[in-house]
Design a protein around this ligand. Structure first.
Ligand code: COA
Length: 177
């Protein structure tokens, strides 16, 4: 972490910087960035939506996380609900804080910034659990989530328009460490 500070982020006013980080970390086309901008700004109007940023001493944004309390009427929840229900686990959709996005600039990865972002945002959650989705393959993201106690609630979850299937994961809060 060294000189990187994790703290509250006004994501609405810094959405372009955040999406530039996401584009590098996750791989987004210019068209996808434009779509995401609308989605992020809409998400930020949801009750309880919160964001944290990781910034350099110069104020450059190098990582961010945001999320919100789950709402079963939200698109994401309606997509994952049948998969969780099939596993008898859809109770995870109630009283859960959803991690919607977590990204760290590639030049700043492996410095425990991702870990700090997700543990800090969930530490302030009043919900007893946290849920998220990640591409259903072995990845740094999946490794990080597992290390923090997230377990698979459903796999091979297909989001309309997504190229790859996702895994839905859940952890009890607070996260360890
Ligand atoms: C996932 C991501 C946010 C992690 O951020 P990060 O700052 O690099 O991760 P950290 O340094 O905090 O790593 C924390 C743990 O994750 C695991 N991890 C991180 N990178 C890893 C890698 N390349 N391989 C295996 N495990 C890895 C390690 O176990 C590490 O544990 P440790 O702290 O005990 O060493 C970052 O890799 C990223 O932005 N990836 C691309 C975008 C993405 O996939 N976002 C998630 C969408 S669901």
């Amino acid at each position: 972490m060294d000189d990187i500070v994790v703290g509250p982020l006004d994501l609405a006013s810094r959405v372009d910087e955040a999406l530039a980080v996401q584009a590098l970390a996750f791989g987004l086309t210019i068209e996808e960035v434009d779509v995401r901008r609308h989605i992020v700004l809409r998400h930020l109007t949801c009750p309880g939506a919160r964001a944290l940023g990781a910034t350099t001493p110069e104020g450059r944004l190098v990582g961010f996380v945001y999320g919100m309390p789950n709402d079963r009427s939200h698109w994401w929840s309606t997509v994952v609900e049948p998969y969780l229900r099939a596993n008898g686990l859809d109770g995870w959709l109630d009283e859960a804080f959803v991690i919607t996005e977590l990204h760290v600039h590639p030049a700043y990865q492996n410095r425990r910034i991702g870990r700090a972002l997700i543990t800090t945002i969930t530490a302030d959650a009043t919900e007893p659990r946290s849920i998220l989705s990640a591409i259903d393959k072995e990845s740094p993201a999946r490794a990080l989530y597992r290390k923090l106690g997230y377990r698979d609630l459903a796999r091979h979850v297909v989001f309309p328009s997504a190229a790859s299937p996702y895994a839905v994961m859940g952890a009890s809060l607070p996260l360890p460490g």
